[in-house]
Design a protein around this ligand. Structure first.
Ligand SMILES: [Fe+2]
Ligand SMILES: [Fe+2]
Length: 281
């Protein structure tokens, strides 16, 4: 069994949570129930894509990585069941995922992009939604929520580990291939650019709604945290570069992403297992 991965010294998992100021959904109100169902449905889809870490196991470049992905696969399948339990408890049916969520959690065969986009950034944003939105906006006054939050606390703890691993692997890959800094920065900018589309989908309903009115503030908080995360990982510059540089980075990020769509996954462990097991090889 692999050891839990602790967040690194610069991990943004320590950044203070967004504060919803005690504003919660009303689970007796059909409109609010629909909103909670929407958020939970995106979470359920995200957990189903947890099986993608099977491909990370296939591509794992060390025994440590292989052990981690094995442990993660077990945890993600467990999260899927936990969210299914939450749906049952709240007597809700899951809906299909929003296109932005499907886009952001798209699978990638190119290992460095997989590590950055799925593990470090993707799971980081998932954690923001679980830790900030769900833990704060589900009403404690509802007798079902205590047990649901206990389940969510387990999920959050494990997602923190997944992000910490993604950050550790991203640092290693950047040290090995420093040229990845520019496309990584471009991809981060593109990912952040997609987030406001979710806000737009709720713009009308957000007016005057005690929880939804926080949406622009929450998205800005996530964007700022992700920028800090990229800076801590060493690929987001201290001062924002000019438009031309940002466009070039986005272009190189998009090009790497397109290339990655045609990449084939390669397994590594059968080439390095003797050394990885501590023999001279
Ligand atoms: Fe998960
Ligand atoms: Fe995860």
């Amino acid at each position: 069994m692999s050891e839990a991965i602790e967040p690194g010294p610069n991990s943004t998992s320590h950044v203070p949570d967004y504060d919803f100021g005690g504003d919660v959904f009303n689970l007796e109100d059909p409109a609010d129930r629909e909103l909670v169902r929407f958020v939970l449905s995106q979470a359920l889809y995200g957990e189903a894509t947890g099986v993608y870490c099977g491909k990370s196991l296939y591509a794992a470049g060390s025994l440590e990585a292989a052990r981690f992905y094995l442990r993660q696969a077990r945890q993600e399948l467990n999260h899927l069941e936990l969210f299914a339990d939450i749906f049952r408890k709240l007597e809700m049916e899951p809906a299909p995922a929003h296109w932005v969520i499907r886009l952001l959690s798209a699978h990638n065969n190119y290992y460095p992009l997989k590590v950055l986009m799925e593990h470090a950034l993707g799971e980081g944003m998932v954690l923001d939604i679980f830790k900030d939105v769900l833990m704060q906006t589900l009403p404690d006054s509802d007798p079902r929520i205590g047990d649901i939050k206990k389940k969510l606390a387990v999920v959050c703890r494990e997602e923190e580990e997944h992000v910490a691993w993604g950050e550790k692997e991203t640092r290693r890959l950047l040290a090995e291939k420093p040229w990845l800094r520019h496309p990584f920065y471009g991809l981060l900018l593109l990912q952040l650019g997609v987030a406001p589309f979710v806000v737009r989908a709720f713009a009308e309903r957000a007016k005057g709604h005690r929880v939804l009115r926080h949406l622009p503030g929450f998205v800005a908080h996530v964007q700022a945290r992700v920028r800090l995360q990229g800076r801590a990982l060493g690929f987001v510059p201290e001062t924002t570069p000019g438009l031309v540089t940002r466009l070039l980075c986005m272009l190189s990020g998009a090009a790497l992403f397109v290339r990655s769509q045609f990449a084939r996954s390669h397994s590594t462990l059968e080439h390095i297992y003797i050394r990885e097991l501590g023999f001279k090889g």
